[in-house]
Ligand binder design. Structure first.
Ligand code: NAD
Length: 246
């Protein structure tokens, strides 16, 4: 797997962290596929970045299989998969949480990551040239914030999936790691970052005293996918300004 001109598939690449990740790989000379449930966002990001795009819902097994086989036929075998697409689907204390929010969150974050890992990982293993998978989780997998229990449980499950995939795929030279951000300024957190009091409350929990920008998170993803990380697998790298230290 060469450092340049890899085929890199980024789910949720139409917005926020995924878009930043796609931009960085494209700038480094890789062939990037922006995969998003929003065809409009995927197409717009791809046009700006000089990337390819595909529309898919990662929680839909048939759509995943169709999109991944289309990418293989049209663009080439995937060398790097970034499982970034995710959502909270709402929030609230567990004893009051809308059950549909719980189900949607697990369907997209856990089932979606599983389906993508299954479809792309099987092809990587069959091809026999290694590969890298990076899952975007959250420090919430390890440190609770009231009102986000369903989301944090889904991300903890993705961290477990990361370790299982890492041990199963290691004999094939495929590395699987996670990047666990703290709060990041993206469309997902627009409500939080626009509210001065909410923003201050979050910043108080962060030793480095600020909410991350997308550009703070992207290099960790690019590194874990790179040959420089060739002996790292099954890891979860927090990018949180030290929030887990508290
Ligand atoms: N923003 C944060 O503070 C933060 C912190 C920790 C972890 N994360 C994680 O980072 C990832 C990206 O978050 P973001 O803040 O950039 O969010 P975002 O809402 O800006 O972008 C998410 C993208 O995923 C796409 N998407 C949603 N559901 C999809 C599906 N079923 N199939 C395909 N695409 C789908 C959306 O259309 C969107 O383009 C998520 O997994 C999120 O949980 C975010």
């Amino acid at each position: 797997m060469g450092e340049l001109s890899r085929v890199v598939l980024v789910t949720g690449g139409g917005s926020g962290i995924g878009r930043g990740v796609a931009e960085s790989f494209a700038a480094g000379g890789d062939r990037v596929v922006v995969a998003d449930i929003s065809a409009g966002a995927a197409e717009a990001a791809a046009a700006e970045l000089g990337a390819e795009w595909v529309a898919l819902d990662i929680s839909d097994a048939a759509a995943v299989e169709a999109a991944v086989s289309q990418v293989h036929d049209r663009i080439g075998a995937v060398d790097v998969l970034v499982n970034n697409a995710g959502l909270t689907a709402g929030g609230g204390p567990l004893v009051e949480l809308d059950i549909a929010a719980f189900d949607t969150c697990f369907r997209v974050n856990l089932r979606g990551t599983f389906l993508m890992t299954r479809a792309v990982g099987a092809r990587m293993a069959e091809r026999g040239e290694g590969g890298a998978i990076v899952n975007i989780t959250s420090i919430g997998a390890r440190q609770p914030t009231p009102g986000l229990g369903h989301y944090e449980a889904s991300k903890a499950a993705v961290e477990a999936l990361t370790r299982s995939a890492a041990i199963e795929l290691a004999p094939r030279g495929i590395r699987v790691n996670a990047v666990a951000p703290g709060p990041v300024r993206t469309p997902m957190t627009a409500g939080l970052t626009a509210d001065a009091a909410a923003r201050a409350a979050w910043e108080q929990r962060i030793p480095l005293a600020r909410i991350a920008e997308v550009a703070d998170v992207v290099p960790a993803v690019v590194f874990l996918a790179s040959p420089q990380a060739r002996h790292i697998t099954g890891a979860s790298l927090q990018v949180d300004g030290g929030q887990l230290l508290g």
